[in-house]
Design a protein around this ligand. Structure first.
Ligand SMILES: [Zn+2]
Length: 237
């Protein structure tokens, strides 16, 4: 079961693509915002590969997807958005990406970070996890620890006035080892509404599928609807 820290708490959600957050965590975000949390979104890639139109202008696709992401975030009460702008589809967990996320963690000082589980490769028998998801997850995980915690990793961040920060909890989605279900029964409609804001990417049927999956996950623990996470909890010093 989910542990509730004292409110208000700050949550930083990091994901590879515009729409990943809506698929994985927007229902929980809506609940956390309802409970007084302040939530910040960070999207690592520019989403420019998210089209099948070979004549599309990548810059236009990226701009459209950023707009869709802002609209989707607003549905669940999130207005603070950070776009790191790495090229979509070829993301690697480089030190540059890790430093950018470390900078953000030290600036935002979240209690909880949410990212994609970097250990997920194959999901069931019909989904190969997108390598960008793993790359964003790995960069975020190693930014959380050790990079955000150890002062002499990325010493340039100290010079920018950003001292170390230790988060309390790491929630990972797109995971094969879920150990925590968040009850999103009160926010499932907003989750689907947020998902459908990505009009260049999803259809109403995508919304139906996500609703069904959320119901299946809810059934596992007696909720009408749930999102699932693998959660790490770190000792606070
Ligand atoms: Zn994605």
């Amino acid at each position: 079961m989910e542990q509730q820290p004292s409110s208000p708490m700050r949550v930083l959600v990091i994901a590879a693509h515009p729409d990943d957050i809506e698929y994985g965590v927007a229902g929980s975000v809506a609940r956390w915002v309802d409970e007084g949390a302040e939530v910040i979104y960070c999207v690592v890639t520019d989403g420019a590969a998210g089209t099948e139109d070979l004549n599309a202008d990548p810059a236009e696709v990226a701009a459209l997807r950023q707009k869709e992401q802002r609209t989707a975030a607003a549905v669940v009460g999130v207005t603070d958005m950070r776009f790191l702008g790495y090229p979509d589809g070829i993301l690697q967990p480089t030190l540059e990406v890790r430093r950018d996320i470390t900078r953000l963690i030290r600036e935002v000082k979240p209690y909880r970070v949410v990212c994609q589980d970097p250990t997920t490769i194959l999901v069931g028998d019909r989904y190969v996890n997108h390598p960008d998801h793993r790359a964003a997850g790995e960069a975020a995980m190693y930014a959380v620890f050790p990079s955000a915690v150890v002062p002499l990793i990325f010493p340039e961040l100290l010079e920018e006035g950003l001292p170390p920060h230790r988060i309390a909890e790491l929630y990972m989605f797109v995971t094969l080892q879920p150990d925590t279900h968040v009850d999103i029964s009160s926010s499932i409609d907003r989750k689907i509404e947020a998902l459908l804001c990505h009009t260049s990417q999803v259809s109403p049927e995508s919304g139906d599928r996500v609703r069904e999956r959320s119901a299946e996950w809810g059934k596992e623990v007696g909720f009408a609807y749930a999102e699932r996470f693998r959660v790490m909890r770190f000792e606070q010093r």
